[in-house]
Write a protein that binds this ligand. Structure first.
Ligand SMILES: O=C[C@H](O)[C@H](O)[C@H](O)COP(=O)(O)O
Length: 231
């Protein structure tokens, strides 16, 4: 019987947990795939006596990891991170990706860019030829956010403030808004990333470029480890 998306995510997460080694400081991403990862790492901590320190990228991940007995520190309390494992919303053939479906991309990028190695865990439906079908998340400070929004609209980037089920604007952990760009396809991710990050008031975007060299993909034939051929 075919595995559903959640089962595929779980197989990728369990496989990726094998990359964690004794003594490591491990960045733990955010999202449904990472929930399986945290369970798998916690199992190794409990059953194998694996000693690690976790660094969470969201309150949700931190709470889960702590409750399962993984010793945790904040990103500001550790000198560096050895390995970060996180989910992603889209990954292209060059291992460039979109993250932030759960609005955690700013914290995730802080941890990822402090990490010696980064691994993504995804199910096979997230592998794409061109990024951008998944709306690109931005984190924008509330002050002047309509000005940022207007600029994005004038550039034809099709922005929408992200709303919760009550119709209110979604807030990140830093109390900022999320604007999603409904672009359909992103032909030049680096150019777009550079333009976005130069916009005042726009704190961070969900393009994660040249960050990951290993992707563990949950497929119907089992988890597959993809390695980028990057210098
Ligand atoms: O902000 C959320 C993160 O970037 C997630 O890693 C991403 O959205 C993937 O989430 P999920 O594993 O739930 O599909």
């Amino acid at each position: 019987m075919a595995m559903d998306q959640n089962e595929l995510k779980k197989t990728a997460a369990i496989k990726a947990a094998e990359f964690v080694e004794d003594g490591m400081i491990v960045g733990l991403g955010t999202g449904s795939t990472v929930t399986f990862l945290v369970e798998a790492i916690a199992k190794r901590v409990q059953e194998e006596g694996l000693h690690i320190t976790g660094v969470a990228t969201s309150k949700r991940t931190g709470k889960q990891a702590k409750s399962l007995g993984i010793p945790m520190k904040t990103i500001d309390e550790v000198p560096h991170v050895d390995l970060t494992i996180d989910g992603a919303d889209e990954v292209d053939k060059n291992f460039q990706g979109i993250k932030g479906g759960g609005a955690a991309h700013a914290f995730e990028k802080v941890v990822a860019t402090s990490s010696t190695k980064n691994i993504w865990i995804v199910d096979e439906t997230k592998l794409v030829d061109t990024l951008g079908k998944f709306p690109l998340p931005l984190e924008v400070i509330p002050y002047g956010s309509t000005k940022v929004f207007d600029r994005l609209q004038n550039e034809g980037l099709n922005p929408k403030f992200r709303l919760n089920d009550d119709g209110e604007r979604v807030k990140t952990h830093s109390d900022n808004y999320v604007i999603d760009l409904y672009m359909g396809h992103i032909d030049h991710p680096h150019l777009l990333a550079n333009w976005l990050i130069s916009q005042v008031g726009l704190l961070e975007h969900g393009l994660f470029l040249d960050i990951v060299n290993t992707v563990v993909v949950g497929t119907q034939d089992g988890p597959k480890i993809l390695e980028a051929k990057r210098a």
